[in-house]
Design a protein around this ligand. Structure first.
Ligand code: C2E
Ligand code: CA
Ligand code: CA
Length: 788
């Protein structure tokens, strides 16, 4: 029995190695045709060695069987597969008959040896160490021819692949790979030539060497291919490009099978959506919320049944509970009878957040986080369209803070902001279902209440809302009470569209403000008429001065004891081209609201002073002209300077000027008005407190402010004969004025009786229809002439 060592090392071991390599390459990419082909090739090579091993170890009488039935069929089969393999990796496309043809010669030879014709003789020799094969000349020629044939195709295909790469600028890695294989094949060839030559020489010299040395060339060749397959990866270039995309894509890519189980994912997917969890094997829809799972299955199922691409947008929850908005594109591929779905997941979270942020900016009030005017209008519009179909009622409440300006002005803007934020929260507190709160701007808020069954609901809500403001607001540690004025309009009664409803609610809110604040008003048609009138007046006033529609009337003021005129009060008149004569009692408040009072007041002052100067020049040496001053003028810090400038301009002595101020005007900004008043008195201008006896009428005001005249209000004077209370008040004021060194002017004296009573009370001065109505310039000048 000869030693088994050589056959095991030289034949059995390579067989195993080759078989192992074949499996390894196959496992690397079972789906690839090239990898499968490579496995078959290596299996055949392995078989070849098994054949050699059997030749070495079988009893001599059966060895020849192994030649014919195992080893040489394996050789030819390997050659056939090898040729096809090289064609596959070169991607050289052959016509079908060429494809058949190139494999035919080795396969024919395979059949030939299996048939065992007489002229093929393979015999065995034993030389002590190993058994030696000997073929007869024809078979040696066949072998040589087929090896040449095989190498011809190998180099042909490699050359073709190399050339194709040059033409198409395929990536360097691919070119290196082909070059590597080429070199391997070349070495194999050289090895083969050398070993065959050695065999020939040895047989001539009758030296014993290992006869199967050439067949070991297969090992070199196999290692080359394995190396190329594993290191350079043997995918076709399209496949390689796909693989690169798969790895480099910033989008997550997932492959799922028809059970929706994850087969594979790329790195991006792991990084973006998985955290530490291993996704392979898990059911893909687990990433979604329950509702979304169903939606996905529907979209997926539909697309699957048609084998068509699909798109799906959803939100997924990751392990770290981060939410991701994703846009998913999917398509299906059929691989070996199984449908695989490839999903590309684009993370839209950042984009979505940006969109949200933008809409936040466009639709949200930044300070309070409430809807802004724009969004409120949109929602209202939508709701109105819906309610029109359902014949639903809908209410709008416009809410304005009563004290905001004061807080903002005295405590500063950040305190104001702070208040607005708290107000926003409070408005949200008691909101009805489906209600919407918005900040329309400044301190103006709005609430929309859709689906109102009864109007009482709205009234109750408004009352509750108002009540909720009874709780004070805490601003920088101090409590402040804030009240609200609310205007309510309702669809469909007060309008069908956004514009009208908001305008009408605004009108009602304005009325609530006007009539004392801290209350709610429903819109009524009457308000609308008033509001329209108001708007007309405000518009008209803005150009009344320029249109020269204003004039001054003068009403005489009488010294009761002597019945002589001591002064006149200038009263403005507006004869509007559009609206006719408008009473100052109507338009002055509006002018105060719109700010038109400032130019108008200045004009009155100048005109009256100019006229006063004229009268003094005409000989009315002691005449005093009284001018009404509104709060807005009085709180102008420079007001006394203007007056001084005017006096200088017209050359008017200050003692001819008296300025009438109402108490409320003085109170609006005590500090400034006090300063202005003292400056005026220092100039020598007289001051009168107007409408005394109405409103607050605090005596302390009389004490503090440097008034020379107290004008008793018309309402008191009117009832002097009938009301003992009013009589008592007048008497007290007159007595008091004596102590304070002031003079009383009784306003609105209409009857002799009133005049007589005033005279008995020692009231020094009076003004009223009894003595004369306010009259235009010529008339008053005539009056003055006849009464001094
Ligand atoms: P006022 O300052 O109290 O002016 C007196 C008002 O009483 C005037 O009304 C006058 O026409 C009216 N009146 C005078 N005597 C009698 C009378 O015996 N019986 C009745 N029933 N009424 C009498 P007028 O001119 O309509 O002015 C109304 C108010 O408009 C004024 O009240 C004053 O507050 C304001 N006003 C008028 N002109 C000006 C002005 O130039 N500037 C400012 N700021 N306010 C003005
Ligand atoms: Ca007056
Ligand atoms: Ca008055």
């Amino acid at each position: 029995m000869h030693s088994l060592m050589y056959p095991i090392i030289l034949q059995l071991l390579p067989a195993f190695v080759l078989f192992y390599i074949g499996i390894e390459i196959y496992m690397r990419n079972p789906a690839s045709k090239q990898h499968s082909l490579a496995m078959v090739l290596f299996a055949a090579l392995s078989l070849l060695y098994v054949g050699d091993f059997l030749v070495a170890v079988l009893p001599l009488n059966v060895v020849s069987q192994a030649f014919y039935y195992i080893k040489y069929p394996a050789v030819f089969l390997t050659i056939a597969i090898g040729i096809y393999f090289f064609q596959a990796i070169s991607q050289y496309s052959l016509r079908r008959y060429w494809q058949v043809l190139i494999g035919t010669p080795p396969l024919l030879l395979m059949i030939l040896v299996l048939i065992r014709p007489k002229w093929i003789v393979i015999s065995i020799l034993f030389d002590g160490n190993w058994r030696e094969e000997h073929f007869n000349a024809p078979f040696a020629m066949i072998l040589l021819a087929i090896v040449v044939y095989c190498f011809f195709w190998i180099f042909f295909f490699l050359y073709a692949a190399y050339k194709r790469m040059k033409d198409f600028q395929v990536i360097i890695k691919e070119r290196k790979r082909i070059r590597f294989i080429f070199q391997g094949c070349l070495i194999t060839l050289i090895y083969l030539v050398i070993t065959i030559a050695m065999n020939i020489v040895a047989s001539f010299l009758n030296i014993s060497i290992y006869f199967s040395l050439p067949s070991l060339c297969v090992l070199i060749w196999a290692v080359t291919i394995r190396y190329a397959m594993v290191k350079y990866d043997f995918l076709a270039s399209a496949g390689r490009r796909y693989e690169l995309l798969y790895d480099l894509s910033p989008n997550g890519i997932v492959l799922i099978d028809d059970q929706i189980k994850v087969i594979d994912t790329n790195v991006s997917f792991l990084k973006q959506f998985c955290g530490r969890q291993e996704p392979v094997g898990m059911v893909f829809t687990e990433l979604f919320t329950e509702g979304e799972q169903e939606r996905f299955l529907e979209v997926y199922g539909h697309s699957y049944s048609m084998l068509q691409p699909f798109q799906f947008e959803t939100e997924i929850c990751c392990e770290n509970s981060d939410k991701h908005y994703i846009l998913m594109n999917g398509d299906h591929l059929e691989i070996e009878g199984q449908v695989i779905t490839l999903l590309v997941l684009q993370d839209m979270t950042a984009q979505k957040r940006n969109e949200e942020r933008l809409s936040q900016l466009a639709y949200r009030d930044e300070l309070t986080g409430l809807d802004n005017r724009r969004l409120f209008r949109e929602k209202l519009h939508r709701e109105l369209e819906a309610s029109e179909i359902k014949l639903d009622k809908l209410a709008i409440l416009l809410i304005d803070l009563d004290q905001f300006k004061w807080i903002n002005d005295t405590l500063g803007h950040s305190a104001g902001d702070h208040l607005l934020e708290q107000v926003a929260r409070r408005l949200e507190e008691g909101l009805l279902v489906d209600g919407v709160v918005a900040r329309l701007g400044g301190d103006e808020f709005a609430v929309m209440l859709p689906h109102i069954a009864k109007e009482e609901e709205v009234g109750q809500y408004a009352a509750k809302l108002q009540k909720s403001f009874e709780r004070p607001f805490l601003i920088y540690g101090t409590s402040y009470k804030v009240t609200v004025s609310i205007g309510i309009s309702m669809a469909p009664y007060d309008g069908h569209d956004v514009e009208t409803l908001l305008r009408n609610a605004d009108t009602a809110m304005y009325v609530a403000k006007k009539r004392g604040r801290n209350q709610y008003y429903w819109f009524t048609q009457q308000f609308k008429t008033q509001a329209d009138q108001h708007l007309k007046l405000a518009n008209g006033l803005s150009h009344a001065l320029a249109a020269d529609e204003l004039t001054l009337y003068y009403q005489p003021q009488i010294d009761i004891q002597s019945n002589k005129v001591y002064g006149v009060e200038a009263l403005v008149r507006w004869n509007s081209a559009e609206l006719g004569a408008v009473s100052p009692a109507v338009f002055i408040p509006i002018a105060e609201e719109t700010g038109a009072i400032l130019p108008i007041g200045a004009w009155v002052l100048r005109t009256a002073m100019k006229q006063a100067k004229k009268w003094t020049e005409e000989g009315f040496k002691d005449l005093v002209v009284s001018v009404n001053i509104s709060a807005h003028q009085l709180i102008e810090p420079e007001f006394a300077h203007y007056v001084a400038d005017f006096m200088q301009e017209y050359g008017l002595d200050a003692r001819h000027l008296c300025l009438e101020i109402t108490e409320s005007a003085a109170i609006s900004d005590l500090e400034t008005s006090y300063k202005v008043c003292t400056e005026l008195v220092e100039l020598g201008v007289k001051l009168a407190i107007d409408d005394f006896g109405v409103g607050h009428s605090s005596l302390s005001m009389l004490n503090k402010f440097p008034f020379q005249f107290i004008k008793l209000d018309r309402s008191l004077v009117q009832d002097i004969a009938t009301s003992s209370r009013d009589y008592a008040i007048i008497r007290t004021v007159i007595e008091l004025s004596g102590h304070l060194g002031m003079q009383v002017v009784a306003e609105g004296v209409e009857t002799r009786e009133q005049a007589e009573l005033l005279r008995t009370l020692n009231c020094p001065e009076a003004q009223g229809y009894l003595y004369g109505r306010p009259m235009p310039l010529e008339q008053i000048t005539a009056y003055l002439r006849s009464h001094t």
